[in-house]
Design a protein around this ligand. Structure first.
Ligand SMILES: [Zn+2]
Length: 339
């Protein structure tokens, strides 16, 4: 079930200093459903999290997870039966419209919600990029019109336009004209996400967008990232990130440390009595040795829980340092994704 950071309690997340958590609309809408969350008092209450929450539009996951997704002016159409195993719908194409995405997010009740955008891979070129950018601008008006809780939920708009600076600029100006509470860089499947084939283009897009978006509104780079990406994006003016990396890599037995990564599965850890990171002040590094975590990792859930705790603590420290140095507005969202 989405609605949890794998292996950590909300008390532990508060202890680590997490300020905001991201919930995946697609997973939450599937199970336990947005209607049930609404009935039970909203996601804050449902998962016992008093701090901030953010949800995505649901569209990105449909497009990235479901290869059969098709985007038309109405919305994102997808083949329900191929993925929604819990859905009563059988084989009939389902449609997620901008209005529906907002309605679902209104029910879930996060503090920050995302407009449905026309998602395209940034590496695609040609007229499709332009079409997606203008459609995203048309859809933002439908999202604004459908938004029933503007007084307590902040709707963020998403900047499209691929790697084309002219299209990016048109999109930024269009969104800024709508005076939204925050803005998102959508940089799907280029360097920062995929692992390095085109970092230059990625930085250029982030730099251009942050330079033209208002400084007093959060500028969120969606799906970033690795510690290095966060450091660079912050230097370029971005304020918010989300990433499954710290917890996902923990489940593979990897700890984040100032030198890079430490693989706790490695045999060399078996008799190492040092903490994961001797310079780290987290609960795990204060109480447990590498040898102990090595003995648990892959055998007991406790191993990945301890590593997740340390990794999130580590990322929070990196971000708080950036916050102090750059004055970036926000801390990173910790991704709830079950991926
Ligand atoms: Zn630690």
């Amino acid at each position: 079930m989405a609605g949890t950071i794998k292996g950590l309690t909300t008390d532990q997340l508060e202890e680590i200093g997490c300020q905001i958590i991201l919930g995946n609309t697609y997973h939450l809408a599937l199970r336990p459903t947005s209607e049930l969350i609404d009935e039970l008092g909203g996601l804050h209450k449902f998962m016992n999290w008093p701090r901030a929450l953010l949800t995505d539009s649901g569209g990105f996951q449909m497009v990235s997870l479901l290869h059969l997704a098709d985007i038309t002016e109405k919305g994102v159409t997808f083949q329900a039966s191929c993925f929604l195993t819990q859905s009563p719908v059988d084989g009939k194409p389902m449609l997620l419209t901008p209005e529906e995405s907002i309605q679902i997010q209104n029910r879930i009740g996060a503090d920050i919600i995302m407009a449905l955008d026309d998602v395209v891979k940034t590496t695609i070129t040609g007229p499709r990029i332009e079409e997606a950018m203008y459609r995203t601008l048309r859809w933002i008006d439908r999202c604004i019109a459908a938004h029933k809780r503007p007084h307590d939920q902040n709707l963020f708009g998403i900047v499209q336009g691929g790697l084309d600076p002219v299209l990016r600029d048109i999109c930024v100006r269009g969104l800024v004209d709508r005076n939204l509470p925050g803005y998102v860089h959508s940089i799907y499947a280029i360097g920062g996400l995929a692992g390095g084939e085109d970092k230059d283009s990625f930085w250029r897009v982030v730099a251009q967008c942050t330079a033209t978006l208002p400084e007093d509104k959060p500028r969120y780079v969606m799906g970033v990232g690795y510690p290095l990406d966060i450091v660079v994006c912050s230097a370029l003016g971005a304020d918010m990130y989300d990433c499954v990396y710290p917890t996902r890599t923990a489940r593979f037995g990897t700890a984040l440390v100032p030198e890079g990564v430490l693989k706790l599965k490695h045999r060399a850890m078996a008799e190492d009595t040092r903490p994961i990171d001797p310079t780290c002040a987290c609960m795990v590094c204060k109480n447990y040795t590498r040898a102990y975590i090595h003995s648990l990792v892959t055998k007991d859930a406790m191993g990945s829980q301890l590593l997740s705790f340390h990794n999130l603590y580590y990322m929070m420290q990196v971000c708080m340092q950036l916050f102090a140095e750059n004055g970036n507005l926000f801390l990173p969202a910790t991704d709830l994704s079950k991926i």
